[in-house]
Write a protein that binds this ligand. Structure first.
Ligand SMILES: Nc1ncnc2c1ncn2[C@@H]1O[C@H](COP(=O)(O)OP(=O)(O)OP(=O)(O)O)[C@@H](O)[C@H]1O
Ligand SMILES: [Mg+2]
Length: 390
């Protein structure tokens, strides 16, 4: 393979691989786009408010679709002499009614004070702003499960009834909710009765072929011609198709490119892709581990150490190892009940797997195993994490 000159790169425009970049084209999502257009056509054509829910697992293009659709809707309206504004709120960042309303209001009034107004007062301000600007406002609540879990469904109820409170006034507010999970169980009866539950736009996981098309589009935007041979793109698509997650595919593409740059070669090879896969998993794991509280980190370190020599350990072994690790780190050793809780939590978070030992083993016990990451790597990351957090 050819070496590229010093300072050269496979990337023509790496920014096209960043998470903030939203290409105008959304490959393989025409049916969903069409359905949204159909649902919202009456908002453009007549005096109508609408609400809808977009669902689908991680990286299936929900946020991307909503961004493209919202600005398309604005343009469609403009062509018909109507004014539709939109605002997108990420409820993982803005998870209380106050925060969500403030974010929406700041669309109209960027310096609106963040204190001193109650929720009903903020709603009144919003109503006046919409009236004054003579627009119809489309509110997109992304990752809405965070808001629902933290603050309940009152705000959604209010938004879906927004126009009923002032009879005779034009339809002024529409709503799109986005979530990976089924959000209807999180909504109370009143909100469910006003939210149109059949207006669901489902985003299936992408298959390998679809991912390949999505990736090829990015390759063209971000890389020099010839830098990503088709079999490398195919391999990335195959790897990402296990989760059906386009974001993971794009991340893998970028990391593979960086490895090629490190080696100063002009082309991404399948071996770069395989290496990038291992590294990307590691980064994801590291990020998840960093978020654990110290108690769980110590418990997981104890498990990782015991696990280096065996496929399974039982909870007794894990607890013995935990005592040793606590002693070594000068950490307070928590009791059996708390340690058991750590195990349950680590299982729920996906760091370990647990199962009850089968027949033939004296006295049933819980067996622990690691699925995703080698014990040695886990140990190394955790030792660094725990050391760093003091
Ligand atoms: N069909 C597609 N065509 C082009 N790019 C896509 C497509 N689907 C997803 N992407 C890209 O993949 C990445 C993830 O998409 P997006 O953020 O919309 O996923 P999401 O469903 O909102 O995921 P999450 O549930 O994690 O929020 C983005 O960079 C997006 O631009
Ligand atoms: Mg999203």
């Amino acid at each position: 393979m050819n070496s590229s000159p010093a300072g050269a790169s496979v990337f023509k425009d790496i920014q096209k691989l960043s998470f903030d970049y939203v290409p105008e084209k959304l490959v393989h999502r025409e049916p969903q786009m069409k359905r949204l257009r159909t649902l919202f056509r009456p908002v453009v054509d007549s005096n109508f408010s609408q609400n809808a829910l977009i669902t689908g697992s991680v990286g299936t293009g929900k946020t991307h679709l909503s961004k493209i659709f919202s600005s398309d809707l604005g343009k469609m309206a403009q062509d018909k002499g109507k004014y539709i504004e939109h605002v997108l709120v990420n409820c993982r960042q803005y998870y209380t009614e106050d925060m969500v309303l403030l974010k929406i209001i700041s669309k109209f009034q960027p310096h609106f004070p963040d204190r001193g107004f109650s929720v009903p007062e903020k709603l009144e301000v919003l109503r006046k702003q919409i009236d004054k600007s003579k627009c119809h406002l489309l509110i997109v609540l992304d990752e809405v499960d965070a808001l629902l879990k933290k603050s309940g469904s009152n705000l959604i109820y209010t938004f879906t009834r927004f126009d009923e409170e002032v009879p005779g006034i034009k339809a002024s507010l529409s709503l799109i909710l986005i979530s990976q999970h089924d959000v209807f169980p999180l909504m109370d009866a009143a909100s469910l009765s006003t939210f149109k539950r059949t207006n669901v736009v489902a985003m299936d996981k992408y298959n390998g072929e679809e991912l390949k098309d999505i990736l090829m589009e990015r390759v063209e935007l971000a890389f020099y011609p010839g830098a990503v041979p088709e079999d490398s793109t195919g391999l990335i698509a195959d790897i990402a198709s296990e989760s059906g997650d386009a974001r993971f595919g794009i991340e893998l593409l970028m990391n593979s490119g960086m490895l090629a740059d490190e080696e100063r070669v002009e082309e991404i090879t399948p071996e770069h892709v395989r290496l990038a896969k291992a590294e990307t998993f590691r980064t994801i794991t590291e990020e998840k581990l960093a978020e654990l509280d110290k108690g769980k980190k110590v418990a997981l370190l104890a498990i990782a150490r015991k696990m280096k020599k065996s496929a399974y350990i039982n909870t007794g072994d894990a607890e013995d190892s935990y005592a040793v690790v606590c002693e070594e780190l000068g950490e307070k050793k928590r009791g059996h009940t708390q340690f058991w809780k750590y195990i349950k939590d680590l299982d729920a978070l996906g760091f370990i797997d647990t199962k009850i030992s089968g027949e033939g083993v004296v006295g049933k016990t819980t067996l622990i195993s690691l699925s995703e990451i080698p014990a040695g790597q886990l140990e190394e990351i955790l030792e660094r994490e725990i050391g760093g957090s003091e």
